[in-house]
Design a protein around this ligand. Sequence first.
Ligand code: GCO
Length: 468
Amino acid sequence: MVLTRRRFLASAGAMAATPAIADSAAATAPGFPQGFLWGASTAAYQIEGAVREDGRGPSIWDTFSHTPGAIKNGDTGDVACDHYHRWPGDFDLLRQGGFSAYRFSVSWPRVLPEGTGTVNPKGLDFYDRLVDALLAARIRPFLCLYHWDLPQALQDRGGWHNRDIAAWFADYAEVVAARLGDRVGDWAMLNEPSVVALFGHGLGGHAPNLKGRASFFLALHLQNLAQGAALARLRSAKPGLRLGTVLNLQPVRPEADTPADRQAAVIWDAMWNRSCMDPLLKGTYPEVVHADIEPILGPDDLSTIHQPIDFLGVNYYSRMVVKADAGAMFGTAWGKNAAKRYTAMGWPVEPRGLYDQLAEIRDRYGNIPVYVTENGAAYEDVVTPSGKIYDKERVDFLRDHLAMVRTAIAEGCNVKGYLVWSLLDNFEWAFGYSKRFGIVYVDYPTQRRIPKQSYYWLGQVARTGRLA
Ligand code: GCO
């Protein structure tokens, strides 16, 4: 299996889906519903910097990014976008842009430097200020409790391989909710557990850079368990909060229409998508992962994981194509890709996949309320001599995906909002600062922010509820 950190290698390839909706829909349908939320997403380690300030403890990403050779160009999140100090200006950009929602993550080691036990008040103060500023600007905060920056102290105790993490995470969730639950209504537990499991614990390439099939399944299952424990804890400690989680979902297709490749797609879909959705929403794991899950399944685990949620956050970037590969760790490999357009990550541009994903949640998962909590693209942005960025490809990307969201809503999908990834160019994990996903450009040496054409375009859509 040729495995790189390219998570979203995918294809429009072999299997044609139902052809009713093309990959680039014309913007002719009516606008978005009243009250639809428009926003941007970020994550603590990717933007904050200030990693040693005000009592923050180290996270696994500090450790990993300081490991020689781990991150492109030796980049680290030490300074990142310096959002820890520049957040007032960043929020001005959100407000002036016309956005009504903002998703951010809380850094666990800022709040609990050791992961458990003593609370760092200055860490909570920081998020307190953020929340007040957002509310003053009439921007609805979506708080995510875990976007990958596990306290290193917890990794030293086994991290996502230690069952105690369910209690550690629930305790941490309660600490944060005790402070912010009076003002933040929307709470996401995790961000993309299957990415954490696959790249952090299965194939390596992300912190804590562990490898192996059993390691993957244990990290995946214990994230599900911790998520369930935190949902239950917040539900009883703070009734009235809207609770959910954020999953990266990618419709999976076989490269060739053969039994072996079709089975590879079933396996990959189960590991990547359904092993997160099914236990949470249905209380079961997909059958093809039973042999891996059963040995690690505690008697009450499924009832802990299966919790009611108020919303599902969907991060969508592209579809996936896989093929059978008997020698590979999971019996599958990435398949060939035949999309017409690609982003600077090498990911295919497949807006139709977003429609398919939303329709599937409608049809197979009870049409629970959904926010698209991430969607966006890296491109090679060029600053013109007059200091402008005309990121037409990103505008096209956003327009084509939003057209799919609008179609999905017209067809009964319960989509409540769209939050672009990302507000700012930022630390793109193993790619460091080499990939720019922002609608606002960050000139890292000066930390100057330059809104891109996509920022103005999306802001216009947010104000009017129509695709320009
Ligand atoms: C993820 C994370 C983001 C990424 C974005 C682009 O999906 O990996 O949620 O932190 O930066 O998705 O890769």
